[in-house]
Design a binder for this molecule. Structure first.
Ligand code: SF4
Ligand code: SF4
Length: 371
């Protein structure tokens, strides 16, 4: 057994322990330091650094703060004049929790791989959706006319991204409803070609699978793409599973349907940016759209809200991928910080019951009540 030390939260430690057991790994967690309340236990870190038979230390926090803990460990090691090897827990494991989708060889990343990569990116192949849920976080029910992504412009953006990052650990192909775009298979294949190491998923409500072209399924299967089904009350779960199984596709679908969304917009734009960002579930859902990337989809898609309601939610629209100032290795840091648009996101979200086919949208479907 190879012994490792782990600096992580209770949750990530438990996750890693389960993963090691699942993979029947040679690694064993011998020492651990909990960082749920911030990392103050330097005594325990010192113990790990000086333990004689530790292969390496793993940083496994559940936020994008690996470098913070790395510098703390290094400082401690320097003070004690010890050499220490540090690895980072692969971000995909934290995101996916489905061990069967994961290659255990990739569990522990070296610094240089991690620093030049980003954890997650999603993009649309269409802004349209067949389900048009009330309060759709990507504003798909407010989109008028056909708005499919232009393949060549998107490909150019992906190639530019490849110049800027070594890897994107998780890529999700989304919409709207991706199966509305007949070119979905080409998007899947090109994503795999440009980012061969990524875990790629296509996110669908599953309702169009029955009518989908076999060629699209083939491209998904051959390019090692997982289908994530967003299970809404209207979705015939058994039918969807039957199709996915028959097509021999890798998939994820929950057992319970989503019956609630959260309203999250504060139209006054006066939210405390730090608090809104800290409490935000979307802050790691980095988004690519028309030559720009952003921490989340909101700043790049809120234009649909503005157009539909004749509003003026004015936000800086993402990072220009083609800015000459942007260099390889900069995106991780730039994407993991609050953005101007956070002031339009409420700190206290409000639940709304899920409802499909809502074309007569109302601002209150997104905006929390002003107190
Ligand atoms: S299924 Fe609903 S939430 Fe998902 S993209 Fe379509 S409208 Fe939005
Ligand atoms: S704008 Fe900020 S708070 Fe709002 S969804 Fe994006 S990251 Fe979250």
């Amino acid at each position: 057994m190879k012994k490792i030390g782990v600096v992580g939260t209770q949750e990530t430690l438990a996750l890693l322990a389960r993963a090691l057991a699942y993979f029947e790994s040679d690694y064993k967690i011998e020492h651990s330091v909990l960082i749920d309340e911030g990392c103050k236990d330097t005594e325990r870190i010192y113990e790990m650094i000086t333990a004689p038979d530790i292969e390496f230390l793993v940083i496994a926090s559940d936020q994008g703060d690996y470098f913070l803990y790395e510098s703390l460990i290094k400082k401690e090691a320097e003070a004690k004049k010890r050499e220490v090897e540090i690895r980072f827990l692969h971000p995909y494991l934290k995101y996916i929790h489905h061990f069967h989708l994961f290659d255990c060889e990739k569990l522990f990343l070296r610094r240089e791989d991690y620093a030049n990569s980003i954890d997650y990116l999603e993009f649309h192949v269409t802004d349209n959706c067949n389900l048009n849920c009330k309060g759709c976080a990507h504003f798909s029910n407010l989109v008028s006319g056909r708005k499919h992504t232009d393949f060549l412009s998107w490909e150019k953006d992906m190639l530019r991204l490849k110049e800027l990052v070594e890897n994107i650990y998780t890529i999700r192909i989304m919409g709207g409803e991706p199966f509305l775009n007949p070119e979905l298979g080409n998007f899947a294949a090109k994503t795999r070609e440009i980012f061969p190491q990524s875990m790629i998923h296509v996110v669908s409500n599953g309702m169009l699978l029955q009518k989908a072209d076999r060629g699209v399924f083939r491209a998904i299967r051959e390019n090692d793409v997982t289908v994530d089904i967003s299970y809404y009350p209207e979705v015939d779960r058994d039918k969807v599973v039957e199709i996915l199984e028959a097509e021999n596709l890798r998939y994820r679908i929950s057992t319970v349907s989503t019956d609630e969304f959260l309203k999250y917009m504060n139209l006054k734009g006066d939210s405390d940016i730090g608090r809104a960002y800290a409490d935000c579930d979307f802050k790691s859902c980095h988004f690519l759209y028309e030559g720009k990337v952003s921490a989340c989809a909101f700043p790049l898609l809120v234009k649909y809200f503005n157009e539909y309601f004749d509003e003026n939610v004015e936000v800086c629209c993402g990072i220009d991928l083609y800015s000459p100032r942007l260099k390889k290795g900069m995106l991780r840091d730039l994407l993991n910080r609050p953005v101007d648009a956070c002031r339009y996101c409420a700190v206290e979200k409000e639940p709304i019951p899920w409802e499909g086919h809502r074309l007569n949208a109302d601002k209150s479907d997104w905006c929390v009540s002003q107190k």
